[in-house]
Design a protein around this ligand. Structure first.
Ligand SMILES: NC(=O)c1ccc[n+]([C@@H]2O[C@H](COP(=O)([O-])OP(=O)(O)OC[C@H]3O[C@@H](n4cnc5c(N)ncnc54)[C@H](OP(=O)(O)O)[C@@H]3O)[C@@H](O)[C@H]2O)c1
Length: 209
């Protein structure tokens, strides 16, 4: 698959590298493609471009910027029509507060900015270290996926499975209103309550799923 990654930070670089290693064509979209700090991405088999160029040449785009930069990044990207846009951001403000919730979510806001995109919320409920390796012995971290476009959700679930997650569709894009607070729960547990960043949510079942 041709995958664009907007933002080459902890989440973008981790997932982008892993997707390149899995054989996908990964194009990072960054603000300064000439910055030598991006050399490691090229060594991992990806290419580095401006944001618009990376989006233009990709079918699926991962948005992995800080929430405060998400609108600028989406608007810089230009045309998303028909493309799958995976929103991994979390609209978190000072004091670990959610800036949106109940009646709206970051993902729904992203969908309003990115006209025509098939927006899917995913890769927001665990830390980047777990994204590097979602396996825990015989168990796998769960990746919950929300989006209105069934085909786009299937593609994103497939990608998450390929990276080692147990992926499940939670519902339509409005279910991002559940997934974004869930990220806050992960952050609270991992960073404030001492569970550490090697922690992930998983599913327990009494009968096979
Ligand atoms: N860290 C985690 O474990 C984790 C887990 C789940 C979800 N998330 C969410 O994922 C998002 C990214 O988190 P992160 O930890 O990867 O952040 P990060 O390490 O700070 O990286 C953010 C990246 O976004 C880029 N960026 C900033 N403004 C941009 C713009 N206008 N256009 C294009 N790129 C821009 C930065 O590029 P420059 O180098 O140019 O500054 C940087 O590479 C956040 O919304 C966060 O809440 C994080």
């Amino acid at each position: 698959m041709k995958i664009g990654v907007i933002g080459a930070g902890q989440v973008g670089a981790t997932l982008g590298r892993r997707m390149a290693e899995a054989g996908h064509t990964v194009s990072f979209g960054v603000r300064d493609p000439g910055d030598p700090k991006h050399a490691a991405l090229v060594e991992a088999g990806a290419s580095v471009h401006g944001v618009r160029e990376a989006v233009d040449q990709s079918d699926l785009i991962l948005l992995a910027t800080p929430w405060a930069a998400a609108e600028d990044a989406v608007r810089a990207a230009g045309d998303f029509a028909g493309k799958v846009l995976v929103d991994a951001t979390n609209p978190i403000g000072p004091g670990l507060t959610l800036l949106l919730g109940q009646t709206d979510s970051g993902a729904e806001q992203v969908a309003r900015w990115a006209t025509g995109a098939r927006v899917v919320k995913a890769f927001n409920t665990t830390g980047f270290e777990v994204m590097a390796d979602p396996t825990f012995g015989d168990a796998r971290a769960v990746m919950l996926v929300a989006g209105d476009d069934e085909g786009a959700c299937e593609v994103v679930c497939g990608l998450a499975r390929e990276l080692g997650f147990e992926a499940l569709r939670l519902g339509g894009l409005a279910r991002a209103r559940v997934l974004e607070p869930m990220a806050l729960a992960w952050i609270e547990l991992a960073l404030v309550r001492g569970q550490g960043r090697g922690m992930a949510f998983g599913l327990l079942r009494r009968s096979p799923g």
